[in-house]
Design a protein around this ligand. Structure first.
Ligand code: HEM
Length: 132
């Protein structure tokens, strides 16, 4: 059933899964397989954005009251989580375009910002958001 806790659990699994892809793309970089890094990150970006828009649909159209049960502490954790995950989602297409266009300086600088945002998304999403 598409209840709030179930959605959070599904999203945790999704974040875990795409993080494996992201780490694989970094391993590809270490091995100088730049094309492969780009291809894995294309999959990472598409899957992540599908999950983001799917969630947006669920909470705005399907059931706007889905997360109404959150207490103030959970709301706070969600707000902190969004401080990381929203910039990460916005940066994904920018990362892709700068990588493909070989705008190296911009790509490397944003890579540092993106890594911080993603690690924050992972930690707050997987360990702090309640799924029961
Ligand atoms: C966060 C850590 C990341 C680091 C350190 C990083 C670093 C790099 C480096 C060193 C290259 C090779 C540039 C060159 O010399 O041609 C590259 C290429 C590329 N990166 Fe990233 N990147 C990161 C994340 C991402 C993300 C999140 C995306 C996409 C969403 C992405 C997409 C690409 C693409 C498309 C290329 C071009 C691949 C090709 O040559 O076909 N990167 N990146």
């Amino acid at each position: 059933m598409l209840t709030g806790p179930n959605i959070i659990l599904i999203l945790k699994a999704a974040v875990g899964l795409v993080t494996v892809l992201w780490i694989a793309s970094l391993v590809a970089l270490l091995r100088k397989r730049y094309r492969l890094h780009g291809q894995i990150n294309l999959a990472f970006m598409i899957l992540t954005l599908v999950a983001v828009f799917g969630l947006e649909f669920l909470i705005r159209v399907y059931d706007p009251d889905m997360f109404k049960y959150f207490d103030p502490a959970t709301r706070r954790i969600m707000a902190i989580h969004l401080c990381f995950s929203v910039p990460a989602a916005v940066l994904l297409p920018v990362m892709y375009v700068t990588g493909r266009s070989r705008w190296r300086r911009t790509h490397y600088t944003l890579a540092a910002v993106f890594s911080l945002c993603w690690i924050g998304t992972f930690i707050t999403g997987i360990f702090y958001l309640p799924h029961s």
